[in-house]
Design a protein around this ligand. Structure first.
Ligand code: GLY
Length: 425
């Protein structure tokens, strides 16, 4: 079987790595991929967002299965383009991907179907939004409606900060049309967790729980990034809480998607918060989480090709996913200055020596290879995923391995694997 993976980050490297384990797979292509993946997959020079060219290329090359990493091609309708050409592709169709592409669409479904989520208002005019702020309680959460590279959510602790966010999003249009409408919602307090489920439109299978660390500095300080690390399983999610999440969130959300006629098939990733009142939905994502995928897939023992196939064939009720009981921790190494400004082109030293560790996986995100050396080429450079008997064991081994690798201006958090609430006094 020939498989195409769409995307170029650490999440896609983890997908390629997992797909490579399958006996059913003869050849993997990745578009556009990165230089760290080339021992597993052949790169194809087409952007992940160029959905028509990707679909034509896949048709010409008789690709048996395509798996999509990032949200942008999904929201643009890559699944519809592939299906038009009779090609098999894993991911939600264009309408279903709106659960991530439009925060207004998602919040309206949540409200209509009584699924726990923060109270909210939608604004299309900045004047009305600014007026609303005068009577509001703080903190407030302000969200650009559309895709904003993970930067479209602002937690405003006072009116001045909220005004600034609204001006930047709606008037300065820092996210372009993605900020034409905004959602303002109540701030919910609690532990944020990531819950991913495979769903074929009728049945669903939850994956193991994970948590990511979004802020750039230790103790959740500094601006949010695409993710500085992740870990799984979550010691504070017991069976009772899992059942509550299943009954109060997952089942109602997928029932709601059905009632709305979305025909959602693929991976749904719910960003959830555990409040004193119970779990509530913060956001839906129509794709695998990054860097959660880098800890979930190494723990999944089942052949992922079977899961993709059964999802597409609406046969997930005949599927069970087996898990490695070890814990996984992923620490992301970034270029200092990320997520703001940073330099690239720094030689990465020590990579080859890491191959000798059986319980370590190095997933490339922003790297480039020149000759036989790797150099930094982005903000998030590498993710080191370590499997250990316990979270603590995986953490200590991960930080031990990191000492063997370096590049100029390398930055990473030293507290990956510690639940967020432990940072609160
Ligand atoms: N872990 C955050 C994201 O994938 O959006």
């Amino acid at each position: 079987m020939k498989v195409l993976v769409v995307g170029n980050g650490g999440r896609e490297h983890a997908l390629v790595w997992k797909i490579y384990q399958s006996d059913k797979v003869d050849k993997i292509y990745v578009a556009p991929g990165n230089d760290g993946m080339t021992d597993l997959a052949e790169r194809v020079d087409i952007s992940a967002s160029d959905i028509n060219t990707l679909a034509d290329w896949a048709y010409e090359h008789k690709i048996d299965l395509t798996v999509v990493g990032p949200e942008k091609p999904l929201v643009k309708g890559i699944v519809n383009e592939f299906e038009k050409r009779g090609l098999r592709i894993f991911g939600p169709n264009k309408l279903a991907a709106r659960v991530e592409g439009s925060k207004v669409f998602a919040k309206n479904i949540l409200e209509k179907h009584d699924i726990p989520t923060a109270e909210f208002e939608v604004f299309t005019e900045p004047e009305n939004a600014l007026e609303f702020l005068k009577e509001a309680d703080y903190p407030l959460v302000i969200k650009a409606e559309g895709l904003a590279f993970g930067k479209g959510v602002v937690i405003a602790t006072n009116q001045a900060k909220a005004e600034d966010a609204i001006t930047r999003i709606m008037e300065d249009k820092v996210f372009g049309d993605a900020g034409s409408r905004i959602v303002i919602e109540n701030f919910l307090e609690g532990e944020e967790i990531s819950v991913m489920v495979f769903t074929d439109g009728e049945n669903f299978i939850p994956l193991e729980f994970a948590q990511d660390h979004k802020a750039v500095f230790d103790g959740d300080e500094g601006p949010n990034t695409g993710g500085m690390g992740s870990y799984s399983p979550l010691p504070f999610v017991n069976e009772e809480l899992q059942n509550r999440i299943h009954e109060n969130i997952l089942k109602p959300a997928l029932d709601a998607f059905n009632q709305e006629g979305l025909n959602y098939k693929g991976l749904l990733y719910i960003n959830m918060i555990l409040t004193d009142m119970g779990p509530e939905v913060l956001d839906f994502n129509a794709r695998f989480g990054d860097p959660e995928t880098q800890v979930i897939l190494p723990r999944m023992s089942t052949d992922i090709i079977d899961v993709f196939e059964k999802t597409i064939d609406q046969d997930l009720d005949n599927m069970q996913i087996e898990w490695d009981q070890r814990a996984a921790v992923c620490v992301i190494l970034t270029s200092a200055g990320y997520p703001l400004t940073f330099d690239t082109g720094k030689e990465i030293k020590g990579l080859d020596d890491l191959n000798r560790y059986d319980n370590l996986l190095v997933f490339h995100a922003g790297t480039t290879k020149i000759g036989d050396k790797f150099y930094t080429a982005g903000g998030r450079v590498l993710g080191l995923t370590v499997l250990g008997d316990t979270i603590q064991d995986a953490i200590s081994q991960a930080y031990g391995y990191i000492e063997e690798i370096n590049f100029e201006d390398m930055h990473y958090r030293t507290d990956i694997g510690i639940p967020t609430r432990d940072f609160i006094d």
